[in-house]
Design a binder for this molecule. Structure first.
Ligand code: GLU
Length: 418
């Protein structure tokens, strides 16, 4: 397999879709629509830099499908962003919302930029300009963006403010993942990792494996990866033996003190050179003998090049699209349980939906209520997907896609789209 083709996320997502279209007996018009984004907005945004010069940033919003409701999905800031990656991620959002029965469609946005090289003011001007350009296409009943790779609550606050200024009134429901003081939900910051851990716990129970003290390797130490390690250790009793970031990986088979590691990363800018741990090359984290491997960084981490070296019993995709379609088949053949992204990392968008409900009803839920409702959602969806996978003897990904795509196709049929 040509690695260029294999590593095109949108192609990989379309192959996942094809793998369930026969079981669903999809009409060819519906299938063609399901493989095509409904709207793509691409804008070159001029931003005045601190030097006074203008720099132009290419930006996208792909609105994939809104059969089930207004579209939803994050905005990423990344130097290697491409429109095809955004298309794949927007499709993934569509299936993710459908799988968890949220009344939402799927979208994704991105800006090609290196946020680490921008000042705070430049980042704010870029974020506000993005909203000015996208204003006609987004909004609480059209498309509601949220944080993603290298965007956070601070960026959402600027964006919500800009949207509200243009609209002439405060509209909290225009963005999710906001600071709690500005209509954000309690628990949104750690929601993806917490939801993911509920699913890992259910998977371990289902396989009748001992859950306490399981060993974990976490690839990526951004918002999702750091929370995955922290919650794994402190709330779920896991032994986090390895973590990595873009500079390398560290390993200690006896376990890492994750809270100290978070401080170490804050101070030094990386997880490497953590006292008491061994530095190893970044990619070796994927091949360690652990109970659970958590890819929590970017897409295309596990491909046909390295899939046969994975030694974890379970791969939990906290990132979007970390496993290519080809690698997924290799892992399934090796008896490794893959908890697919659309199932296991939905905690973020589930709590985003809770945030929308709180904004629309002018309410504020406490942290316990958010966690309880998130747990109910994750446990329920995990059971539905696992039952189907077991009954049909297929992978969890195929079962999850069958359920999700079936719901989107059903809504399209009812709306008379094909
Ligand atoms: N960026 C997150 C995801 O990929 C959350 C999206 C949202 O909350 O809308 O699922």
């Amino acid at each position: 397999m040509n690695l260029m083709v294999e590593s095109n996320l949108f192609e990989s997502v379309k192959k996942n879709l094809c793998s369930c279209s026969a079981d669903l007996a999809l009409d060819e018009n519906i299938e063609a629509l399901l493989k095509t984004p409904r709207r793509e907005v691409s804008v070159a945004i001029p931003v005045r830099m601190d030097t006074g010069k203008i720099q132009v940033f290419q930006s996208f919003r792909v609105q994939y499908n809104d059969a089930l409701g207004p579209m939803k999905g994050g905005i990423r800031y990344h130097p290697d962003e491409t429109i095809d990656t955004i298309r794949g991620l927007a499709a993934i959002m569509t299936w993710k919302c459908a799988l968890h029965d949220l009344p939402l469609g799927g979208a994704k946005g991105g800006v090609i930029c290196n946020p680490k090289a921008l000042s705070e003011r430049e980042l704010e001007r870029l974020s506000r300009s993005y909203v000015q350009e996208m204003f006609p296409y987004i909004g609480p009943d059209r498309d509601i963006p949220a944080p993603d790779v290298y965007t956070d609550a601070r960026v959402m606050a600027w964006m919500m403010d800009e949207y509200s200024r243009i609209a002439g009134k405060t509209i909290f429901g225009s963005f999710t993942g906001k600071p709690v003081l500005l209509g954000g939900s309690e628990g949104r910051g750690e929601a993806t990792a917490l939801g993911g851990w509920y699913a890992i716990r259910e998977a371990m129970h289902r396989r009748e494996r001992d859950f306490s003290g399981i060993t974990v390797a976490v690839q990526g130490f951004g918002n999702v990866g750091a929370h995955a390690a922290l919650l794994g250790q402190e709330l779920f009793g896991a032994r986090v033996v390895a973590v990595s970031d873009s500079r390398g990986a560290i390993y200690n088979p006896d376990g890492l003190a994750v809270r100290d590691l978070v401080e170490h990363k804050k101070k030094t800018g990386s997880v490497i050179r953590f006292p008491g741990a061994t530095n190893i090359p970044g990619e070796e984290i994927l091949t360690l003998p652990v109970d659970v491997l958590i890819p929590a960084a970017l897409e295309n981490t596990i491909t046909s090049r390295n899939a046969d070296q994975v030694r974890a019993a379970v791969v939990a995709e906290f990132a979007n699209g970390p496993t290519s379609h080809e690698a997924d088949e290799i892992l399934f053949g090796s008896g490794i349980t893959v908890l697919p992204d659309i199932l296991v990392n939905a905690g973020g968008v589930i709590v985003s939906h809770f945030e929308m409900i709180q904004n629309f009803t002018m309410d504020h839920w406490d942290r316990n209520k958010v966690a309880r409702k998130l747990e109910g959602k994750m446990v329920g969806s995990f059971k539905t997907v696992s039952d189907l996978a077991e009954n049909n003897n297929v992978s969890l990904r195929k079962a999850a896609y069958t359920l999700a795509v079936g719901r989107v196709a059903g809504a399209m049929r009812l709306r008379g789209w094909a």
